[in-house]
Write a protein that binds this ligand. Structure first.
Ligand SMILES: *Cc1c(COP(=O)(O)O)cnc(C)c1O
Length: 231
């Protein structure tokens, strides 16, 4: 089932990304497609890998752990895209090739210390909350650059860029404002000494074309690839 869905959906998603990059005068190769497989069975991940997808995303540590266990740590580039509880920081460090969701300094410190203990530096993104929605996590716009500055000092993390989640709305202006907002914060952060983050993780099924037009370098797409999530 997942194979046929991907056969149908993957070329469309890739084409939509490519067209959005061209509208923005960007290079299609500058956008990484992270296939978000949360709530889908391992079959979905196998189909994605068989279809040539390399980057897989999960939003819960338990699920990431189960799937990495089944498919293998080296089978994919694993992205942790959801909120990480402090007590799961160690697993996040071990299981993810990139953590998109550093949303507090405390979590950043925990991640850094587990990584240091393991003798590695984990690629991370600093999550920024631009929507004002209480349910979403992340540093506020006002705090974001300062947070990047502080996290840069931590030895166990390598700050690769920023991440945000747009509100789930159809209003193009609201979405664009969110993505432009993250890009501006990136421009500010780029003035920090030692900051070499170039990634902007933004754009999901609902809004990835706008996100790419506004500079996204990583889109996190679930539904448009795999269909509605099973309950
Ligand atoms: C679920 C999820 C996605 C993908 O959502 P879709 O709307 O299905 O594309 C992207 N990012 C995060 C953080 C998610 O939790």
């Amino acid at each position: 089932m997942y194979e046929s869905r991907l056969l149908n959906n993957l070329p469309r998603v890739r084409e939509a990304i490519e067209k959005a990059t061209m509208r923005a005068g960007r290079n299609p190769g500058d956008v990484t497609l992270v296939a978000v497989t949360k709530a889908h069975p391992p079959e979905a991940l196998r189909a994605a890998l068989a279809a040539g997808i390399r980057d897989l995303g999960e939003n819960r540590i338990e699920e990431l752990e189960g799937k990495v266990g089944l498919l293998g740590r080296d089978a994919a580039t694993w992205h942790m895209v959801g909120h990480v509880q402090g007590r799961k920081a160690k697993q996040a460090v071990e299981l993810a090739d990139m953590i998109h969701s550093l949303d507090t300094y405390k979590l950043a410190r925990r991640v850094s210390s587990f990584a240091s203990e393991g003798g590695i530096r984990v690629p991370v993104l600093v999550q920024v909350k631009l929507s004002g929605e209480e349910a979403k996590s992340g540093f506020s716009r006002d705090r974001a650059v300062e947070a990047v500055h502080e996290i840069l000092e931590l030895p166990g993390v390598e700050v690769r860029g920023l991440m945000t989640m747009a509100p789930f709305v159809d209003d193009e202006r609201v979405l664009r404002r969110t993505f432009v907002g993250l890009r501006r914060i990136q421009e500010e952060a780029c003035k920090l000494p030692g900051y070499e983050g170039r990634e902007l993780s933004m754009g999901m099924t609902n809004d990835f074309e706008l996100a790419v037009e506004e500079g996204s370098t990583m889109v996190r797409i679930g539904t448009a690839l795999f269909g509605e999530r099973p309950r």
